[in-house]
Design a protein around this ligand. Sequence first.
Ligand code: CA
Length: 164
Amino acid sequence: MSATAMPAMVAVAAAPAGCAGASGGRSHGTMTVAHEGGSEAMAFTVLVVEDEPKLRELIRGFLERERLAVLTTGSGADAIALGARSSPDLVVLDLGLPDIAGVEVARELRREGDPLLVMLTALATEADRIRGFELGADDYLVKPFSVRELVLRVLALLRRGRCS
Ligand code: CA
């Protein structure tokens, strides 16, 4: 992938306000990630479950630029195993997987731990989206989507999760 790296500051500034509501004081900046200068790794692990290799690697690249630890797989069975073994903070889950239905994977992941869950799907009806949220999605993107937007949503969710 070529060099249009998204600066971390853009992500922080553009993300929704997260948990700032309570006191309004220290809103932004709690999750400011490693810029030039201090290279402090973020302690978040994201599992990307997507069976299209090109999309999977694209998402991985964008997330790694944000200093997230990224695990990837194209298989639902692997996703369940990785979820149990690695306790990811957040899972990006394609619902259309070749081996196990994404909704089943989501259910298993929820049983093992309580990762934040961002679902990816080609389905676009309102009923599908509602179903996704009923299955515990914290966010939901319909393909084709902007990978940058996905990353912003992931960062926003992680930040919110961290301060709750
Ligand atoms: Ca798929």
